[in-house]
Design a protein. Sequence first.
Length: 273
Amino acid sequence: MIMRNFLALLLTTSCLQVVDLQSANAQNLRVYTNVTDVSDAENPRPLSHSLTLFHGGRVYDYMPEVGEVVIFEPIHHRFIILGKNYAATEVSFAEINHFLETAQTKAVQYIDELATSPDADSAAKAAAMRFQLTPEFQETFDNASNRLTLSGTEIEYSVLTQPVEATNAVNQYLEYADWTKRLNFVLHRHDSLPQARLKVNQKLRDRNVLPRVVELTMHLHPPVKFRAEHRFSDSFQSADRRLISQWEQTLESDNIRWMTFRKYQQNLLVRAD
């Protein structure tokens, strides 16, 4: 899950092949995601790829290069995280919301501190933090290309969308996406507050569309641009079921090492440093 601050849900390219989901009920949904840094258009840099499997009321999110699977359990209002070497933890939605409330309070205090400094750098930092707390976008939608654009002072999202008739597939995917963005903020100190991404997801929900391709441009000097490409399918490959079985067996293993969520966070910070 490292690098998921800007990456969790970006996607793109017209050559992207998307399986017809018009009748999908999201009981089985497969999403393969590639994330690329396209800040230098002539030299795109691959960042990560992940596999997300919706099955049996759970969502399994797997990044092979990290060796970690995050299991989203909406029925139980929690995430289970399986790390390397049988390390595991769980965190409830209530805990995540508590962390977010604390972070937002600290963000407001930080803005107040910056306001006491007259320099331009402090003003820019305060503006960026205000945008994270209360993002505002100008919205446009191109019906010919199904492209949604949300432009803000700090960032811009350009989303190539896919209309679907199966409303529950859209809702289940975006519920997972919302909570994953919240979790990423809690897990990774370099992540941005989730409000902007949640607003994008709500726009997708309102239009009953899935995000095929998302490009995120950050208005920095020079600009930074990420692209994520999602391949959706309503059928599994044989390897997918083997992975799910493997993860379920790990959860039942005597070798598993359960730890508190705080301890798991601390271990992540040590690895990041």
